[in-house]
Design a protein around this ligand. Structure first.
Ligand code: SAM
Length: 293
């Protein structure tokens, strides 16, 4: 049987190409054989933090010229990277942890390299998003990834408000110092009934997965300060079907009100959806008033 490391070598790795390489999110062993092969093969490694990535590379005996490309210099770094690529180099890009471009730098580099007519090849691997979802369960069959919420309370509440009727599960990233207030803000915006998965320190020594509801989660976190330490992925259940249905009804009513009176729009919407004509009338009236104001 072919050794696995040879399978990684068996593929073609063209020159003048940017390789976007996922790295571990905690456990250093979570790196693919292909990632190690490509990191060993490229001419240069661009990294969000050259010091961090240097430590990872040292663990695998890889030493390469490095270039810093982080959120504050991504555009300028792209120019330098493009020049090296145009000279025929293979370059790998790695972020601090997990998959570049997922709440991490990388996407601007990818755009710039593509716009310069050069190749981009992604190498899959760890991501906190996929890792948390893989252990969430059947209630998360569809989801939206929202990344980090705004740090300030008012902006966070404003960002959450339109998501209250979102029918799919929602995945958020959060840092330890804001975890309690963010979970509380989710409960305030969505109500306490929704299911919540708190995935903490995935793949690390203090990994913990807590499944509960938004109502009990702030207290659960506060019971033991250790529960608030580390890195977090939050997976929140989407709006119940009726609420999602209401959203569709609203869209239908708005469309019907372009041509019909409030009463006719409610009547037509009721016959199309089977929902209560009185409730639809009240909704349509509110839209009409908003429009007139
Ligand atoms: N690019 C990364 C990925 O693919 O998941 C995400 C980078 S983002 C700057 C860092 C955030 O990801 C953390 O604040 C946390 O919300 C989440 N995260 C990263 N590693 C994690 C881990 N081991 N356990 C839980 N969440 C993690």
């Amino acid at each position: 049987m072919t050794p696995l490391s040879e399978l990684a070598q068996g593929q073609r790795y063209p020159a003048a190409t940017l390789y976007v390489v996922a790295t571990p999110i905690g456990n250093i062993a979570d790196i693919t054989l292909r990632a190690l092969h490509v990191l060993g093969l490229v001419d240069r490694i661009a990294a969000e933090d050259t010091c961090n990535t240097g430590q990872l590379l040292a663990r695998y005996d890889i030493s390469k010229p490095m270039l810093a490309a982080h959120q504050h210099n991504e555009r300028e770094a792209a120019q330098s990277l493009i020049e090296h690529l145009q000279a025929g180099e293979r370059i790998a890009y790695v972020s601090d942890a997990g998959t570049p471009g997922i709440s991490d730098p990388g996407s601007k580099l990818v755009d710039a390299v593509r716009e310069a007519g050069l190749n981009v090849v992604p190498l899959p691997g760890a991501s906190a998003l996929a890792t948390a979802l893989s252990a969430a369960g059947d209630w998360v069959s569809t989801f939206s990834f929202l990344g980090f919420l705004p740090p300030k309370a008012k902006a966070r509440a404003t960002a959450l408000q339109p998501l209250a009727k979102h029918p799919h599960a929602m995945v958020f990233y959060e840092a330890p110092h804001r975890i309690v207030e963010t979970v509380q803000a989710l409960a305030d915006a969505f109500g306490g009934q929704r299911r919540l998965l708190i995935a903490r320190e995935l793949t690390k020594l203090h990994e913990a997965l807590h499944r509960g509801t938004l109502a009990e989660a702030p207290k659960w976190l506060e019971t033991d300060p250790n529960r608030q330490r580390g890195e977090f992925v939050l997976v929140v259940e989407g709006a119940p079907q009726e609420a999602a249905g209401e959203q569709d009804h609203d869209a239908l009513l708005v469309k019907l009100l372009e041509k019909l009176t409030v009463s006719s729009a409610a009547k037509v919407a009721a016959s199309l959806t089977g929902a209560s004509r009185n409730a639809l009338y009240a909704r349509a009236l509110a839209f009409k008033k908003d429009e007139e104001e």
